[in-house]
Design a binder for this molecule. Structure first.
Ligand SMILES: C[S@@+](CC[C@H](N)C(=O)[O-])C[C@H]1O[C@@H](n2cnc3c(N)ncnc32)[C@H](O)[C@@H]1O
Length: 388
């Protein structure tokens, strides 16, 4: 091996072993580099599976992250230095080392005082307040950011909603971690804002290798999302033009259905319950089914003659029964305001974790509550109950 390359690699290995390694950057790609690849950034990360080095492959329009163990990372560097990249800068808490290759294949090394002496922050999700990088190219493709990675004024609400959604996911994963190859479905995925955000978050921040399917009736949105996923290099993200009802998942670790219209939420919940999905998240919208059938025979009758109050009551009853039916099937549920009404009117979220605490008595108690509610509000059937 070229002597200065060997010296650079030795420094990399020693710094990493001693805990001095901060980051390393490869630049000046040669024609041997994959098309569009501009740089590779490396930093140490603590993953569940142990300490690794995260390589961010920065392409013109997307980033790809791969995690390597220290020996694998050293082998990668050995293959890349001088052949795929002509420059590399290694930053450690002891010294900074740069290597650059000339046309003759020989390398020159320069040493500098360290720019940073504090140890590296190896937390995987070190920027707690920011679960998504606004510079992610897919955000621009979806019209959330401009070409400089700045969130557009008109997309501020969407941006807040996406980030809040990821915060909720992060919290749920503490309680119910996903397997590394998590199988996920987004039912009624629309333009895919939340689907892309989820994929980005789980793969980059959580180090998982998720397989996410977006199910959406509208073919044009499915085509757009598949094209965007391909551009972003999100190999495990796919969209299919299908009715939720016809989707037959083999395994489901996480199901999301946000703002799926009326009974599409019930179709999604039924799919999740039948597949025994580990986590189910829905944010219902346009509750029509119960409202149509509701004939109140309880003490609320005099106030529900006001249309707006009846509409709100119908939403409460619909979602309340959904939560009870999830509980009857062994899920631990939570119903809460997803995001302030200032940002969206569709703001109730139901999250459910498969608690495996199913008992005959628990089921009976939940179903009795459903029956009592139906009787009190004169409801013949709740669509989810029928599906189950
Ligand atoms: C209001 S959008 C929500 C999109 C996305 N989930 C979000 O929150 O940004 C609802 C989407 O669900 C789709 N949809 C409604 N019923 C469906 C069904 N039965 N099967 C598949 N998609 C459905 C609609 O076409 C629409 O794009």
């Amino acid at each position: 091996m070229e002597p200065n390359t060997q010296r650079f690699l030795d420094n990399f290995k020693t710094a990493y072993a001693a805990g001095h390694f901060l980051k390393c950057t490869l630049s000046k790609p040669t024609p041997a580099a994959p098309e569009g690849l501009k740089n590779i950034y490396q930093r140490p990360v603590d993953l569940k599976k142990g300490p690794h080095i995260a390589f961010t492959f920065r392409y013109k329009t997307r980033d790809e992250v791969k995690n390597f163990t220290a020996p694998e990372a050293a082998r990668q560097l050995e293959q890349l230095l001088g052949t795929v990249f002509l420059n590399a800068d290694l930053f450690t808490t002891e010294q900074d080392i740069s290597i650059s290759f000339g046309k003759n294949g020989l390398a020159a090394i320069s040493l500098k005082k360290p720019a940073q002496t504090a140890p590296a922050d190896t937390r995987h999700n070190r920027e707690k307040q920011r679960l998504l990088d606004p510079a992610a190219p897919w955000l621009h493709e979806l019209g959330i950011t401009n070409a400089k990675g700045e969130v557009l004024h008109a997309a501020q609400d969407k941006w807040k909603q996406i980030n809040k959604f990821l915060e909720i996911i992060e919290g749920l994963l503490h309680e119910h971690p996903l397997p590394p190859d998590a199988q996920i479905a987004d039912m009624g995925s629309g333009k895919g804002y939340l689907t892309f955000a989820l994929y980005d978050f789980l793969s980059r921040q959580m180090g998982l290798n998720p397989h996410i399917t977006g199910i959406e009736l509208r073919q044009n949105l499915v085509d757009f999302c598949n094209k965007t996923a391909q551009k972003a290099g999100f190999a495990g993200l796919h969209f299919i033009a299908n009715d939720i009802n016809d989707f037959q998942p083999e395994r489901l670790d996480l199901l999301i259905a946000l703002h799926a219209c009326d009974t599409a939420t019930d179709l999604a919940l039924a799919k999740g319950i039948h597949a025994r999905a580990g986590i189910v998240i829905v944010a219902p919208c346009c509750h029509k089914q119960i409202r149509r059938d509701m004939e109140t025979h309880n003490e609320l009758e005099p106030i529900l003659r006001h249309g707006i109050l009846e509409e709100r009551q119908a939403e409460i009853v619909t979602d309340g029964i959904r939560a009870l039916l999830l509980e009857a099937n062994g899920y631990k549920t939570n119903v809460f305001e997803f995001i302030s009404t200032e940002h969206t009117a569709k703001n109730v979220m139901i999250t459910a974790i498969n608690g495996r605490r199913w008992t005959v008595d628990g089921r009976r108690a939940a179903l009795e509550k459903v029956a009592a509610l139906k009787a009190g509000f004169g409801i013949q059937e709740h669509y989810l109950e029928k599906l189950l």
